[in-house]
Design a protein around this ligand. Structure first.
Ligand code: BGC
Length: 826
């Protein structure tokens, strides 16, 4: 549709109708305007799947690896294909706008939503993010680049003011959003926080650079509840306030326009953008303005194959002493699969990104399947992890009314009378049917304990909570809300726990009730963890088993308490006694492979004591299959670190008096570690794979490409005995400089595939921008003349090849070529 056509539609609407379109109609959807052929558009989180409208465990989604895993692939083609899967899921669920990808940076490993962001490097984040955008939008579904901008940690995220210098803002934090706009993203989400004194829904950064300098022609949607004013946010380039139907715009905005506080032209521009978005996702000009029927559930077989491939492609091999991996199944008779994450893995992080997976293959399942008929697979979880107790589920609870696996949820009115009842599959009930008169949510279930001993039962929710076991009241408490953060309010209320002695096989009836106070969030939880043996006994059992097996795989990781939206991490240690478990098991059996199941960096104090070490991130539903492929050599561990793993965080995420100073400037992640006296545990870009490589030569082109980029050629040789894939990384440095710069910075990368002994040449494009810096004086990109060093290799610190290049005034403009040489004049 042309601009004129949008204008004609806008002209048909009076002010009230226009303004109405600019606030959500519901929590997840926009208003329809049938008079102009506009239907409602449905939004949904993302990014690892498509939850759909609302939170209902019966509406499952394909579950992709989380962002850190996707970035660890460094593989834009693969990520684009995965984006296509998200689009198909969105279509299946009637979703038009996916609230993904998250393009904030790993400023600190303490960031609670680290798992949901790609990398500490703006170039890698931008390239992987752009691939996701292309994939999602190729299916006619809008991607949403979020959270614009500097929402890089969670502490006080609603209110904190990030103080970021202009150069740093452009070179680091804005850069991935610019890449998304270049990829044609249709929506951008403004963040909750402020930057340099202005909250993002009112920020001038929405206009410049987003809409003017970069030419973004889509919709700026607020983060949920992020619009807090009428005129200032409406005057800013904020287009759509979510959720609705209440909000600070509506009638107040109509009045503000009439009072001359907000120009009507600003409203028209917002509506035009909304209509453009609608036409892009097929929500405009349908004649009847009726939503399309959601597509039928398709065969997910090919999708699962792709997800399985993605798990292997993102798994990072950090250590492989004596080439323990890949394990040869024909030499295995007994294999121990140990650790708290082996049977119940974390496939995704916590918070609004959460989806209900279609199915989950745990590491234990995947290994059992791979070794079926070949070797005996034995499991022992080791010491217990003190995570939130597990909500009741179909495997351990029955509906007392119908006997079906699951729980009975009842909504009661103020007098305690039932006004609604439904069968559900989980004891973590989010948003039961909305009924205004409901005063209490009750969850009821029959639990049949498999073990004797003290079970841990828990109830969670804000407001008054109650827990009864066979009619006995064990919890009866007021839980006062102490946060405004929507993720914590709605999704992570505190758990009230009790230990209750149970006898195996003696069924008990559990009842939880939570009073539904206004503003008390959507979650009500009834949870139960089985009685367990003492940690010492579990530890000894795991170690003993390890000693009797041909190989041991220990899966350790983080908990939901640690990596979650709405809170930052306070430390980087593995929780519980997992370090002790790994050490004891590795001492008992030298053939020990440790797999770390976390979204972000953890401290691994035993990392030099174990034979093999793999990082599997939060790998999505096909975890066990992809991991088994890597362990047994059916696939290469293709991942390279998208973020530095270190023993400490270089920068804090704790605001001081409401502000968070990005005082480290350009030096986040590896850039920061390059200035430290000691190295981190593992550098950005590192990862071993199953073969080895030699880097033979780095050649500059005779001239730069017409767009100013510099295609450099790296020759490398696969010196190992297996085919493999290498991520060839090119960095720039400029020791003599008049501007602030990191020691070196990633300037480009490319993937190289080669068979054993094969020599390959890969071209790595260094974009002109990589030679430039943002000048705060000129408010523009500038280039310094003179020498830059081009370095190539396999991580930020392992760069065997380098050449000098001379940049001209408008770097890098080609001058006279002189063939292959170590100094190129550009
Ligand atoms: C999160 C967003 C999310 C939105 C809707 C917010 O709290 O920051 O990432 O898309 O909720 O769930």
């Amino acid at each position: 549709m042309s601009i004129d056509e949008f204008d004609r539609l806008v002209e048909k609407l009076d002010l009230e109708r226009k303004v109405r379109l600019l606030t959500g109609a519901t929590v997840w959807s926009t208003h329809a305007e049938p008079g102009i052929g506009l239907r409602a558009m449905v939004t949904s989180d993302g990014p690892v799947g498509v939850r759909g409208e609302g939170w209902d465990e019966r509406s499952t989604s394909l579950t992709l690896p989380s962002a850190t895993a996707l970035a660890a692939t460094w593989d834009e083609d693969l990520v684009e294909l995965l984006g296509g899967l998200l689009a198909a899921e969105a279509r299946r669920k009637g979703v038009d706008v996916l609230l993904a990808p998250t393009l904030n940076l790993h400023r600190s490993p303490l960031g609670g939503r680290h798992f949901e962001c790609y990398s500490e490097d703006p170039l890698l984040t931008g390239r992987i993010g752009a691939a996701c955008v292309r994939g999602v939008q190729s299916g006619g579904v809008a991607a949403t680049a979020k959270h614009y901008v500097a929402n890089d940690s969670e502490t006080e995220r609603l209110t904190l003011d990030a103080r970021v210098e202009e150069q740093v803002l452009h070179e680091l934090y804005l850069a991935p959003f610019e890449a998304a706009v270049q990829a044609g993203v249709w929506a951008v989400m403004s963040a909750y926080n402020g930057v340099n004194g202005t909250t993002m829904s009112e920020s001038p950064l929405l206009t410049d650079p987003l809409k003017t300098m970069w030419g973004f022609d889509g919709v700026v949607v607020s983060d949920w509840g992020g619009v807090r004013s009428t005129a200032p946010s409406a005057r800013a380039a904020q287009d759509l306030a979510m959720p609705g139907p209440q909000g600070p715009w509506g009638e107040a905005l109509v009045a503000a326009v009439r009072a001359g506080e907000v120009p009507e032209a600003a409203i028209d521009d917002k509506v035009r953008r909304l209509l453009r978005l609608a036409s892009r996702v097929g929500a405009l000009d349908l004649g009847s303005a009726v939503p399309p029927e959601p597509a039928e559930r398709e065969d997910h077989g090919p999708a699962r194959v792709l997800l399985r491939r993605a798990v292997a492609a993102s798994t990072v091999l950090l250590r492989n002493e004596g080439s323990l991996l890949p394990l040869d199944p024909s030499r295995l008779r007994r294999v121990a699969v140990l650790g708290p994450k082996a049977a119940v893995a974390r496939i995704q992080g916590g918070g609004s990104a959460g989806v209900y997976p279609m199915s989950v293959v745990s590491p234990l399942d995947g290994i059992r399947e791979a070794l079926s008929g070949i070797a005996e697979v034995l499991h022992s979880p080791g010491p217990h992890l003190d995570d939130r107790p597990t909500p009741l589920g179909t495997e351990n609870a029955r509906n007392p009314l119908t006997g079906e696996p699951g729980v009975l949820v009842r909504l009661l009115d103020a007098g305690g009378a039932e006004i609604h009842a439904e069968h559900r599959l989980t004891g973590r009930v989010l948003e039961p049917a909305r009924i205004d008169a409901a005063a209490t949510v009750e969850i009821r279930a029959l639990l049949s304990p498999e073990t004797d001993g003290a079970w841990e039962l828990a109830v969670a929710g804000w407001g008054h909570v109650l827990l009864e076991v066979d009619g006995r009241v064990l919890v009866d408490e007021e839980v006062e809300r102490d946060t405004d953060d929507p993720a914590t309010v709605h999704l992570s209320p505190p758990y009230r726990r009790v230990r209750v002695p149970m006898a195996a096989g003696r069924e008990v009836e559990l009842v939880s009730r939570r009073r539904l106070d206004p503003g008390s969030g959507i979650a009500s939880v009834l949870a139960a963890d089985p009685s367990r043996r003492a940690d010492e006994v579990e530890l000894a059992a795991a170690v003993e088993l390890a000693g009797t097996c041909d190989a041991v795989i220990v899966v350790v990781g983080s908990t939901e308490e640690i990596e979650n939206e709405g809170v930052d991490r306070t430390h980087l240690d593995l929780p519980g006694r997992q370090d002790e478990l790994v050490r004891a098991v590795a001492a008992a059996n030298p053939a020990t492979v440790v797999v770390v199941n976390s979204g972000g960096p953890m401290i691994l104090p035993w990392r030099e004591e174990v034979a093999a070490l793999l990082l599997s991130w939060f790998p999505g539903q096909e975890y066990g299959h992809g991991l088994a492929d890597v362990l047994f050599g059916r696939a290469e561990p293709g991942g390279r670190l998208p973020t530095t793993w270190a023993e400490r965080a270089l920068v804090s995420t704790a605001p001081d008096g409401g502000t968070l100073a990005y005082a480290e400037g350009l030096d986040i992640g590896y850039r920061g570690w390059l200035r430290q006296p000691e190295p981190p545990a593992y550098w950005f870009g590192h990862g071993l794979g199953y073969t080895s490589w030699s880097y033979d030569s780095l050649t500059l082109p005779s001239e730069a490409a017409p767009d100013g980029s510099l295609p450099v050629r790296v020759r490398l040789r696969n010196t190992g005995e297996r085919a493999g894939r290498e991520v060839v990384q090119v960095y720039l440095s400029r020791p003599e400089t008049d501007v602030a710069r990191p020691v070196r910075w990633l300037a480009g990368y490319a993937l190289a595939d080669a068979g054993p002994g094969e020599v390959v040449d890969v071209t790595v494009d260094i974009p002109a921008r990589a030679f430039q810096h943002w000048s705060a004086e000129h408010h523009a990109w500038r280039a310094e003349e003179g020498a830059f060093t081009v370095l190539a290799g396999r991580s930020a610190a392992d760069l065997p090849l380098s050449v000098e290049v001379l940049a001209g005034e408008q770097a890098p403009t080609p001058r006279k070529p002189s063939g292959e040489r170590s100094l190129a004049v550009l």
